[in-house]
Design a binder for this molecule. Structure first.
Ligand code: HAM
Length: 434
């Protein structure tokens, strides 16, 4: 029986891996222009990092977290008793992990300049698998830790759009949605209002939203059921509940976006799925390549998150983008990068005697920075050419009795079929110049 990958957890074959790597390289370039530094946190953390940060009542923590146990610790322990074991979980997102690490390593002591950090890697959520929604997926994210002013919000949003444009996604295909979720002063009243609204017309909502009404009523705005969305049409709007500070902060963010010429849509129903958000939230949606899962990135402020890990108040914000989804958009646009040939040059041995010479030459060329492939299966010259052709190399270097006798190298240009006889120095020079 052949073994296969689990549902929603996909292999990243070379072509897909190459496309994602280019997204990471572009992030190094674009985020670097804004002063961000790359860092990594562990793929799994104490579960508490996520429950405290993301919130127990969220779908991500309540239903989608993968718990991690060492095999020997669960032997003989019934699933019901496992909560007594040290709780570890695969990260469902990376903002909580970054916040935990920033506090642990005191990266932003009180009064310090903001820390700008970015990351790339796999996240894990036990979601219902569908197009653009996977159980392991890769994100690139950026977090600006320790920044209070609305200019930080505008800068983060501009960087996100700058990044997408640098990847070749035209603005005309993207919609930037923004909202303010208020803060601990004004959101509780809004939550109550939404809760009362749902409970007053409970039968119009799906069982899931009915359940959410008490624990996390704002999640109803994200429900995919048309009936729930229709029932929410007259629901209270957060904008009517914002306290003065939140309203002013939101107005300033919009003003800065206006003066940057960045188009956006205000969406008072944009609530996003994590409890850590306060004030500004945003999402970028696209109109091609993705279907229902059309958000390629999103984020917002989390002014109180770092306090959950023991820091002094450290207002912060950030975003993450989904690499699989971005690649799907680039493919739909027809601009996804093709996987380049694995090697530029194939060194072919004409006869048995030339094999060790071919081996040595390949190594010399590689050490000079040329990518080289050669045969390790004693193929005939004809088959070696077939392989070289299939591998789409630009050049074949031929080594055989003639070359041995003359101490030369025959270089065939595979594009136009021309051949030249070269010394080793000439060969090295020509190929390294390419
Ligand atoms: P998020 O909206 O959950 O935010 O994820 C960000 C992006 O990751 C989404 O817009 C989407 O492109 C991608 N994504 C999410 N779930 C999946 C999935 N199951 N399969 C494929 N792609 C997915 C966060 O994760 C926050 N940590 C963002 C943030 C950073 N907020 C502040 N700082």
């Amino acid at each position: 029986m052949t073994l296969k990958n689990p549902a929603g957890v996909n292999d990243l074959l070379p072509d897909a891996a190459h496309k994602q790597q280019l997204l990471v390289r572009a992030a190094f370039r674009v985020f670097g222009c804004y002063g961000y530094r790359y860092m990594e946190t562990p793929m799994f953390e104490k579960t508490e990092v996520f429950t405290r940060g993301i919130g127990e009542a969220t779908d991500v923590v309540g239903k989608e977290i993968y718990c991690v146990y060492p095999m020997n610790s669960i032997a003989g322990v019934s699933p019901d008793d496992r909560s007594a074991l040290e709780g570890l979980a695969l990260r469902p997102e990376n903002t909580a992990g970054i916040a935990r690490a920033v506090v642990q390593h005191n990266l932003v002591p009180p009064g310090a300049f903001q820390a700008k950090l970015w990351y790339a890697g796999s996240m894990f959520r036990h979601e219902r698998q569908q197009k653009g929604r996977y159980r392991e997926f890769r994100q690139i994210g950026a977090e600006c830790i320790g920044a209070t002013e609305p200019s930080a919000d505008a800068e983060v949003i501009l960087m996100l759009l700058h990044y997408f444009e640098a990847l070749g996604i035209p603005r005309s295909h993207m919609t930037l949605k923004i909202n303010s979720m208020g803060d601990e002063a004004c959101r509780p009243a809004y939550r109550r209002a939404v809760q009362d609204y749902i409970l007053a017309r409970e039968s119009e909502f799906c069982p899931e939203c009915q359940r959410r009404a008490t624990g996390n009523p704002l999640r109803a705005f994200d429900c995919k059921s048309e009936a729930c969305q229709a029932a929410l049409s007259a629901a209270p709007r957060i904008t009517e509940y914002l306290c003065e500070e939140c309203a002013s902060q939101y107005a300033q963010v919009k003003q800065l976006l206006d003066s940057s010429g960045l188009a956006y849509e205000e969406d008072p129903r944009l609530v996003r799925g994590f409890d850590y958000y306060t004030r500004t939230v945003f999402e970028v949606q696209v109109d091609l390549g993705l279907g229902a899962q059309n958000a390629i990135g999103g984020g917002g402020r989390y002014d109180r998150l770092l306090q959950e890990y023991g820091a002094k108040p450290t207002p912060s914000l950030g975003f993450a983008v989904g690499l699989e989804r971005i690649v799907m958009v680039l493919e739909a646009l027809g601009t996804a990068a093709a996987l380049p040939p694995a090697a530029q040059v194939f060194v072919a041995a004409v006869d048995e005697e030339a094999r060790s010479q071919a081996f040595e030459l390949a190594q010399k060329l590689r050490e000079a920075g040329v990518s080289v492939e050669l045969d390790h299966q004693a193929r005939s010259l004809k088959s070696q050419f077939k392989v070289a052709d299939k591998a789409d190399v630009g050049f074949v270097v031929l080594l055989g009795p003639d070359e041995r006798a003359k101490g030369s190298y025959t270089l065939r240009n595979m594009t136009d079929g021309t051949q030249q006889e070269l010394t080793l120095d000439e060969l090295l020079q020509l190929l390294t110049e390419r």
